[in-house]
Design a protein around this ligand. Sequence first.
Ligand code: FE2
Length: 253
Amino acid sequence: MIDIHSHLIWGVDDGAQTIEDSLAMLRVAAETGTTDIVATPHANDRYEFDRAELETRVEKLREASGGTPRIHLGCDFHLSFSNIESALANRDLYTVNRLRYLMVELPEMLIPPGIDRALEHLQDAGMIPVITHPERNRALSEDVKRLDHWIGIGCYAQITAQSLEGRFGRTAKNLASRWIEGGQAHFVASDAHDMEARPPRLDRAFQMIAEKHGEAEAQRLLQDNPQHVLDGTELPYARRSPRAGKRRLRFFK
Ligand SMILES: [Fe+2]
């Protein structure tokens, strides 16, 4: 399995605090069947995103862990004005493996009116926004059609593995199931922060999805689609509106 959302780099956000924490998280990921994991440190008002420093830490982790699981670098990109400006000026700074997919975290309490436009701008600059854990967003849970709209304009959605177990409450659990059932979920990832409360494991989610929605669906959400994120390639089915497709053709080489 491939985990596209985790806070495993030590000392840079509210995830792992020491290199030992990071290595312990990597061990758990490997032991529970994760072959590749994307480190996605927060970039927001509280945590600075220094890609060069993060690359150095990833390299240290690769050496210390022996290369299993493989580690990739992305960002947990908060949709603030300054972040958006920065991403538009540096289109590969925040994306997974400096390719196309951008993990986007929405403000939790209120979805500002400019969000739709911001998501379009990011796509026009060549990025593919992945809305992280929409099922845990309170504002979105009261206005679920917004997610359909964003998917319609070319975004994807990533569900948190533990939401399926009820870790984030009944609403998140129900929405996660509903969106998987309805085809609005494209990825499931751990969003791991530590070893206890939010560990980097996907095995239980795989099993739950396989039982409820079929093994092919689990494979799609936890392996096949995430592989496209690592490679920066399009998911194998079209969900984009013709308008979004046209915009993308203009901006991609
Ligand atoms: Fe996160």
